[in-house]
Design a protein around this ligand. Structure first.
Ligand code: AMP
Length: 564
C-alpha cells in the first residue's frame, strides 16, 4: 500500500447481516455467547495452557503456544501488512498446524479468512479473489511436498488483481524465504507483539460479523462465498461437540481438508470448543490416514463415505491398530448403510451420520443411537430446540405431511444469512422472513429422524414418476460387482428423463451387463421404472475436491455421447 493511502476498513458490502431482532433473541436465549474464535482458544490457553492443542507432522503446540503464536502473527498482519478488520485473506493450505495458527490470527484482528481448498486451481482461485477482493494469500511452499506450485498459482492471481498485495509462504525448515513472499515462520516472532501488540489488542472484533468465508461445494460452476459469523459458527462448534459427545481428552483429526466446513466446523471447531487436541495430517489417502490414527491415537474424525469404504476394503487394514477410534462422523453425500454397519461392527464406534452444508444445516445421528437409525437416517438437528426446520412442497410454503419428502428449509442461530455479493442466489433461495431453501430433499420419519433423498436436481423425473437417485445408488452398491455407483437422469424426448447408471467395478470384476443389474434390482423389489436403462462402467467416477461424485460431469458425458 502507498504510504498515506487509506483503506475503507469497516465496509463489508455484499454481506447480508442477521436482522437485529434475531440477533438479540439468540443472545437472550444464550445460543450466541458473543465470543470470537480466538476467545475460544484464549479461554483454554488460560485454563489448560500446557495441554496439547495441535499435533502436526513437524510440530506440536499447546493451547498457550497456539494463543501466543497467533497473537504474533496477528501483530504482523496489522503492523507489517496493514490488514484491517473485515478484509479478506485467502488460506490455501493442506491440513497443517500453520493453517490453524493463521486462522486464529485472522480472528484476532477481524480479518476474514477465505477457505480455498488445496485442490482448487487457477479458475477457482481467480474467481475467489475477484469476488472477495482478498488482500493476502497464504500458501504452502514445499513444507508439505504436495508437488504443486502454489506460490506460482498465487503469484499469477496477484498479477491480475490489484487488491491482492501480499503472498505468504509456509516454507520448510531450510528455505526461510521465497522471492516476493512474506515468510510465515518469520511472523511467529515475539518482536511483532512488542512492536504492534497494542494495535492487536485494540482491535474491536464483533462476534456477530463474519469470522470466516467458506466456499460452496459447487458440483457445477464456480464456488459461492459463504460468510459465517463468529457467533453462529461457535454456536455450532458447541452443539456439534455436544451431539458427538466430544471429550476434552480426545484427539480429533480432520479426514477432509480443513477448509471444508465438515472439518472446520464438525471436527476442528468441536474439538477446540471442548479443549481437546486437534491432530492434522496433510496426506488424506487411506494408508496415511490409518498410520496417522495409529500414531496419534485418534478418537474422533470425519472422513467422506468413500474414504471409510477404502479403509474397510484396504488389503493392509489388519496391520494398523485403529482401536482408539470412538466416534466416526461421515456424510457430505449419502452414506451407504453398509458402510455404517461395517464400520460400527468393526471398530465398535458411535456413528454420526451427518447431513451438512457449509451454509449451516448440521443434522446428525448420535453416537448412542441404534445402528439401524445411524445407517438409514441422518438423525436430528444438532440444536433441536434452536434450529428451525421445515420440509416444504414445491411452493416453498406448504409443509409436507409427516413422513413425506420435500425441500428442507432452515432458519436459526447456526445458519448463514446469505451468499457474499450474490443477490441473485439470495433472492432465489431466501424468503423475506429469513428462511433458507436448501434445494435438498428430506423426509422426517415418525421417530423424528430425518432421511435424505438427494438434491432436488438429483431427483430424476421419468414420465411424471419421481426417482430419488441416492436410494437406488444404495441398492446398486449392494451388487457384488459394484464398488461405487451414480444414477443420473438422461434426457428423453418422450419421458423427460430416464435413469442412467455409471459404476466403478470392484477389483475382481471385469464386466457387468445392464440386464444383470436390472434383474438384481428386480430381486430387491425395486420398481421397474426406477431401474437404470443405461449402464456405463468407468475406471473412476468424476469427483469434486472433497471426493463427492460430480454428477454434472456425468450428465454432460451422456449428452455429449448422444449428440455424436
Ligand atoms: P457442502 O456444503 O459442500 O458440504 O455440500 C452440501 C451438500 O452436500 C448438501 O446440500 C447435500 O446436497 C449434500 N449432502 C451433505 N450431507 C449429505 C448426506 N448425509 N446425504 C446426502 N447428501 C448430503
Amino acid at each position: 500500500m502507498v504510504e498515506g493511502e487509506t483503506i475503507d476498513t469497516a465496509s463489508l458490502d455484499g454481506y447480508v447481516p442477521f436482522d437485529s431482532e434475531r440477533q438479540q433473541a439468540y443472545i437472550d436465549a444464550g445460543y450466541w455467547r458473543n465470543i470470537t474464535f480466538h476467545d475460544v482458544v484464549d479461554r483454554h490457553a488460560e485454563e489448560i495452557p500446557d495441554y496439547t492443542a495441535l499435533v502436526g507432522p513437524h510440530r506440536e503446540l499447546t493451547y498457550a503456544e497456539l494463543a501466543a503464536n497467533s497473537r504474533r502473527i496477528a501483530a504482523y498482519f496489522v503492523g507489517e501488512l496493514g490488514l484491517r478488520p473485515n478484509e479478506r485473506v485467502v488460506l490455501q493450505l493442506p491440513n497443517c498446524t500453520e493453517f490453524l495458527e493463521a486462522f486464529v490470527a485472522c480472528s484476532r484482528v477481524g480479518v476474514i479468512p477465505v477457505m480455498v481448498l488445496p485442490r482448487h486451481r487457477s479458475a477457482e482461485a481467480n474467481h475467489v479473489v475477484d469476488l472477495t477482493d482478498a488482500r493476502a494469500y497464504v500458501v504452502d511452499y514445499g513444507r508439505y511436498s504436495s508437488g504443486f506450485d502454489f506460490v506460482g498459482l498465487a503469484d499469477d492471481v496477484r498479477s491480475s488483481h490489484e487488491s491482492l498485495e501480499h503472498l505468504i509462504a509456509v516454507t520448510d525448515g531450510e528455505t526461510s524465504s521465497v522471492d516476493g513472499c512474506d515468510a510465515f515462520a518469520e511472523m511467529r516472532d515475539e518482536r511483532w507483539v512488542d512492536k504492534y501488540g497494542d494495535e492487536v489488542s485494540k482491535t474491536d472484533v464483533d462476534p456477530s460479523k463474519p469470522g470466516v468465508m467458506l466456499l460452496s461445494g459447487g458440483t457445477t460452476g464456480l464456488p459461492k462465498a459463504i460468510p459465517r459469523t463468529h457467533n453462529e459458527y461457535v454456536f455450532q462448534w458447541e452443539r456439534m461437540a455436544d451431539a458427538a459427545d466430544v471429550r476434552d481428552d480426545w484427539v480429533a483429526f480432520p479426514g477432509v481438508p480443513i477448509g471444508h466446513n465438515a472439518s472446520l466446523n464438525c471436527i476442528v471447531g468441536a474439538a477446540l470448543w471442548a479443549g481437546a487436541t486437534v491432530a492434522v495430517e496433510p496426506e488424506l489417502k487411506p494408508d496415511a490416514l490409518m498410520a496417522f490414527i495409529e500414531r496419534v491415537g485418534g478418537n474422533y474424525t470425519l472422513p467422506m463415505p468413500t474414504q471409510i469404504l477404502d479403509i474397510l476394503e484396504h488389503p493392509d487394514l489388519d496391520q494398523y491398530d485403529l482401536s482408539s477410534l470412538e466416534v466416526l462422523v461421515s456424510g457430505g453425500q449419502k452414506v451407504p448403510p453398509r458402510v455404517v454397519e461395517e464400520a460400527v461392527d468393526r471398530w465398535n464406534v458411535g456413528f454420526c451420520n451427518i447431513f451438512g452444508m457449509a451454509e449451516g444445516p448440521l443434522i446428525c445421528t448420535r453416537p448412542g443411537d441404534d445402528v439401524k437409525v445411524q445407517a438409514n437416517t441422518v438423525g436430528r438437528p444438532i440444536a433441536p430446540e434452536a434450529d428451525e426446520i421445515r420440509i416444504v412442497e414445491t411452493d416453498r410454503e406448504t409443509e409436507v405431511p409427516p413422513g413425506e419428502a420435500g425441500e428442507l428449509a432452515v432458519r436459526g442461530p447456526g445458519y448463514f444469512t446469505g451468499y457474499f455479493r450474490n443477490e441473485k442466489e439470495n433472492t432465489e433461495n431466501f424468503s423475506d422472513d429469513g428462511w433458507f431453501f436448501t434445494e435438498d430433499v428430506l423426509a422426517r420419519r415418525d421417530d423424528g429422524n430425518l432421511e435424505v433423498y438427494g438434491r432436488i436436481k438429483d431427483t430424476i423425473i421419468r414420465g411424471g414418476e419421481n426417482i430419488y437417485a441416492p436410494g437406488i445408488e444404495d441398492e446398486l452398491v449392494e451388487h457384488s460387482k459394484i464398488a461405487n455407483a451414480a444414477l443420473i437422469g438422461m434426457p428423453d424426448d418422450r419421458l423427460g428423463e430416464r435413469p442412467a447408471a455409471f459404476v466403478e467395478l470392484t477389483d475382481d470384476a471385469t464386466e457387468l451387463p445392464l440386464k444383470d443389474v436390472s434383474s438384481f434390482l428386480e430381486e430387491r423389489g425395486i420398481a421397474v421404472f426406477k431401474r437404470p436403462e443405461y449402464l456405463e462402467i468407468l475406471e473412476s467416477l468424476p469427483r469434486t475436491e472433497v471426493g463427492k461424485i460430480e454428477k454434472q460431469a456425468l450428465k454432460d458425458r451422456i449428452v455429449d455421447a448422444e449428440s455424436k
